[in-house]
Design a protein around this ligand. Structure first.
Ligand SMILES: NC(=O)c1ccc[n+]([C@@H]2O[C@H](COP(=O)([O-])OP(=O)(O)OC[C@H]3O[C@@H](n4cnc5c(N)ncnc54)[C@H](O)[C@@H]3O)[C@@H](O)[C@H]2O)c1
Length: 460
C-alpha cells in the first residue's frame, strides 16, 4: 500500500509541533545523566587551534567571535598564511554582505594570531587539533601537545571518526582528552558533537558542551564509535542513495524526491557542491579492507576517476552551466550510469519517490536505533538535533527519529524488515527498533522511560 503521508507536504500545525520538538530536544541535550548541571567548568580564557585548514580556520573564527584569544598553528608559514588569509576573506565577505560591521571584523581578527611552533600552545586553556585525518599523525601530535600544554588544559580533537581512545592513550592525561567534532564550515554550521572518550573527565565534557553553547551551537554528546552520531547516519543515507541509482533511479530524480520530502538540496547536489573528491583517498583505502559479505557502491570513486568533481568542474552528478550552481540533467552521465548497472548485473527498474525516501531515511532511523542501544547517543531526540543542525534534515519533519515516530514504528520496522529480505545485511533491523515496534511504542516513549529511570536513580 502506498504511504502518501511520507511525501505529502507537512501541514502547518504538524510543522510547528516538529519545530517545537527540536527546540525542546536541543535544550535537553545539555542534560547528561552522570554529569550534574552544576559541575564546575574549567575557565576558557585562551585557546590554540592546530591546523589552519578548512576546519581549523572556522574553529578559530568561532572562538574569536566569542572574544577568546586564539593562536592558530600550522606546520609552515605558507600553510599558516593561506589559512589565516581564508579567515580574513570569510570575515570580509560578511562585511560585504552587511551582516558584520568592519570595526567588529577588526576586533574579531585581533583575537586571532598565528604560529608555526607547537610551543605556542603553552598558555592555552583549550587546544583543538584539526590536522589531516590520520591516526599516526594525530598520535604524534598529541604526544607533542602533552609535552607542551599546561596542566589542566583541555586537549580536543576535531577528528571526523578516528578512535579518540587511541589518541588519548598516547598522552599522560587521557582524562583531559575529548572530541570536539565541528561540522563544515565550522563558523556557520550550528552543530558541535562533543565526543566523550572512555576516560574523558566529567568537567572536561561539561566545559566543552558549555563552550559549544556559548558559541551559539547545539552541543550534542556522543560516545566514541565510527562516525559518532552524525557521520554514522550520513553513511547510511549516502549508501542507499547510491544503491537506488544503481537499481534504476537517476541522480536528478533522487534529488527531486529528497527536496519534495523537504531537504533544501538533494544528496547528489550536496556532493557536487562539496566536491566529489572529499575523502577520496580514504574511500580508496577502504576498498582494500572492507568486508566481502555485503554490497558496496563505488560510484563516488568512479565519478572522480572520470573528472566529474562537481560544481568546481562544471559536472558531477549533475551538469552546471557557466559556473552556475543550478543542477541540470546530464544525459551523457545518465547513459553511463545505466551502463554501470548492466556491468554490475543489476536489472534496472522503476524506483518510486516513496522507496527513495524510505531507503534514505529509514536506513538512518535503523542506525539511530543501534546508536541508542549501544549508548553512543543518549536520547533519540539528540539524534534529531544532530540531523537538524548538522545535516540539513527538514526541520518541519522534526528529525529522523521523530519522523519515524510520526509514521509509526510498526510501519517503519515492517519496511526495514522487507528491505532486509531484499537487500541483505545492511538492513538487519536494530533490536531496539524491533522491540519498540512490537510493543507499539515510539522513540519518544523510549526517551521518556529512560528519563524516568534516571529520575528514580536507576541506570542511565
Ligand atoms: N572538512 C570537513 O568537512 C571536516 C568536517 C569535520 C571534521 N573534519 C576533520 O577535521 C580535521 C581537519 O580537516 P580539514 O578539512 O580542515 O583539513 P585540511 O586539509 O583543510 O587542513 C589540515 C591542516 O593541517 C595542517 N597540518 C598537517 N599536519 C600538521 C602538523 N603536524 N602540525 C600543524 N599543522 C598540520 C595542514 O598543513 C593543513 O593546513 C580532520 O581530522 C578532518 O577529518 C573535517
Amino acid at each position: 500500500m502506498s504511504d502518501t503521508s511520507l511525501l505529502a507536504p507537512v501541514a502547518p500545525e504538524a510543522a510547528a509541533k516538529a519545530r517545537a520538538h527540536l527546540r525542546a530536544a536541543e535544550a535537553e541535550c545539555a542534560f547528561i545523566p552522570d554529569i550534574p548541571a552544576d559541575t564546575p567548568k574549567r575557565p576558557i580564557a585562551s585557546a590554540a587551534v592546530i591546523g589552519a585548514g578548512t576546519m581549523g580556520g572556522g574553529i578559530a573564527m568561532c572562538l574569536a567571535n566569542m572574544g577568546v584569544p586564539v593562536v592558530v598553528i600550522d606546520q609552515s608559514q605558507e600553510a599558516l598564511d593561506r589559512g589565516l588569509g581564508r579567515v580574513k576573506k570569510n570575515y570580509a565577505v560578511s562585511v560585504e554582505r552587511g551582516s558584520l560591521q568592519a570595526p567588529e571584523m577588526e576586533r574579531r581578527l585581533s583575537f586571532i594570531t598565528g604560529a608555526t611552533g607547537i610551543s605556542a600552545i603553552a598558555n592555552a586553556d583549550i587546544i583543538i587539533e584539526a590536522v589531516f585525518e590520520d591516526m599516526q599523525l594525530k598520535q604524534d601530535l598529541f604526544r607533542q601537545i602533552d609535552a607542551h600544554a599546561r596542566q589542566g588544559a583541555i586537549l580536543a580533537t576535531n577528528t571526523s571518526g578516528l578512535d579518540i581512545d587511541e589518541i588519548a592513550a598516547v598522552t599522560t592525561r587521557p582524562a583531559d582528552v575529548v572530541g570536539a567534532h565541528f561540522f563544515s564550515p565550522a563558523n556557520v554550521m550550528r552543530l558541535l558533537e562533543v565526543v566523550r572518550a572512555r576516560e574523558s573527565a566529567p568537567d572536561v565534557v561539561a566545559t566543552l558542551m558549555d563552550l559549544g553553547r556559548r558559541m551559539g551551537k547545539a552541543s550534542v554528546l556522543s560516545r566514541v564509535s565510527p562516525g559518532f552520531i552524525g557521520n554514522a547516519l550520513l553513511r547510511n543515507y549516502s549508501r542507499e542513495a547510491l544503491f537506488v541509482v544503481e537499481e534504476g533511479a537517476l541522480p536528478l530524480d533522487v534529488d527531486a524526491a529528497l527536496t519534495r520530502f523537504g531537504y533544501r538540496m538533494g544528496i547528489f547536489a550536496v556532493h557536487d557542491m562539496a566536491g566529489n573528491d572529499v575523502g577520496l583517498q580514504t574511500k580508496r583505502k577502504l576498498v582494500l579492507t572492507r568486508p566481502k559479505d555485503r554490497r558496496y557502491s563505488d560510484l563516488l570513486i568512479t565519478i572522480c576517476d572520470m573528472g566529474r568533481l562537481g560544481q568546481k568542474t562544471g559536472k558531477g552528478w549533475h551538469r552546471y552551466e557557466n559556473g552556475g550552481r543550478t543542477p541540470i540533467r546530464d544525459t551523457e552521465w545518465e547513459a553511463f550510469l545505466i551502463g554501470e548497472s548492466k556491468r554490475l548485473g543489476i536489472e534496472r527498474r522503476m524506483v518510486s519517490d516513496e522507496e527513495i525516501i524510505k531507503r534514505c531515511i529509514y536506513s538512518m532511523v535503523n542506525e539511530g536505533a543501534r546508536l541508542l542501544e549501544n549508548g553512543v547517543a543518549l536520547r533519540a531526540s539528540d539524534i534529531d538535533v544532530v540531523y537538524g543542525t548538522g545535516n540539513g534534515f527538514p526541520p518541519d519533519r522534526g528529525g529522523p527519529m521523530y519522523f519515524a515516530d510520526s509514521i509509526g514504528l510498526d510501519k517503519v520496522y515492517a519496511d526495514v524488515a522487507r528491505f532486509h529480505e531484499a537487500q541483505g545485511v545492511w538492513w538487519e533491523p536494530a533490536p531496539l527498533l524491533a522491540r519498540l515496534a512490537r510493543e507499539g511504542k515510539t522513540f519518544a516513549d523510549y526517551d521518556a522511560e529512560r528519563r524516568k529511570q534516571i529520575h528514580q536513580g536507576g541506570h542511565a
